[in-house]
Design a binder for this molecule. Structure first.
Ligand SMILES: [Zn+2]
Length: 257
């Protein structure tokens, strides 16, 4: 059911955002001016958990605001339907290399973070545990740091294997947390990946490494690029399918960025 929008003033938080109030809740709408846009369009972004309003280059903020207000109920409903964020906290379940792990805080144990099979796994629950030492309030950061280290290691190994196969020099890689892409290859040949790939099954991470390494040869998505990607990875289609059906879910883990 659509609830009635309150007539509260709409303010502009900064030049690129609108703040609406709908049924007592605050909705932030990011404005994006696009030269190619002919009209106003709205979409809700899963990973960023916000709404984006695309508008023509010369469109007015007033029109954008009127448009966003008209669809405030729609935006609010969409945002509510987004899967909830699962923080890296004691008792939470998060995937590592495609396997669900129960996060367990062991404050006084030695070491930092490690994964092992869960000794008393329930039939339905995760079969693995990620033990995290130290104070509980440091868990989110420790888990995230651990996942980044593991991502770095796996991606470096995959990238090294694929570059070797093509006779290319070794590459260093960077980790990011982008909302809309899993990897990138710049014109200068620097490779960047989302650290969240460490949560996906290994064939997905390895495919992304192969994909970006193939871009070192073809900086486009031409048929020759895809032929090379298929040469490097047997899992191109399977991994692309996995990403399109499960990829967005990887953004729900950890605190909001
Ligand atoms: Zn690509």
């Amino acid at each position: 059911m659509l609830s009635f929008m309150r007539k509260e003033p709409v303010s502009i938080a900064d030049s690129s955002q609108l703040v609406l109030t709908h049924a007592g809740e605050t909705i932030v709408v990011t404005l994006r001016r696009l030269r190619s846009a002919r009209r106003y369009t709205l979409r809700v972004r899963f990973a960023a958990r916000d709404a984006v309003l695309t508008m023509p280059q010369r469109g007015s903020i007033r029109d954008a605001r009127a448009f966003a207000e008209r669809y405030a109920a729609w935006i609010a409903a969409r945002l509510k339907r987004l899967p909830e964020i699962i923080p890296f906290d004691d008792g939470a379940v998060a995937p590592l290399r495609g396997l669900d792990h129960l996060l367990i805080n062991v404050p006084n144990a030695r070491g930092v973070v490690w994964s092992e099979p869960l000794r008393e796994a329930a039939a339905q629950g995760p079969a693995h545990a990620l033990y995290v030492t130290g104070a509980r309030e440091h868990m989110p950061r420790r888990v995230r740091d651990f996942l980044k280290r593991e991502a770095q290691r796996d991606l470096e190994a995959s990238v090294a294997r694929h570059t070797r196969r093509l006779g290319l020099p070794a590459r260093t890689i960077g980790l990011r947390d982008p909302v809309s892409r899993w990897g990138s290859c710049s014109a200068t040949g620097s490779l960047n990946f989302s650290w969240r790939l460490i949560m996906a099954p290994p064939f997905v991470l390895d495919y992304l490494a192969a994909h970006e390494v193939a871009h070192l040869v073809h900086l486009n998505h031409s048929p020759r690029f895809w032929a090379l990607a298929h040469e490097l990875s047997e899992d191109v289609d399977r991994a692309e399918a996995w990403l399109s059906s499960h990829g967005a879910q990887l953004h729900k883990y950890g605190a909001a960025r």
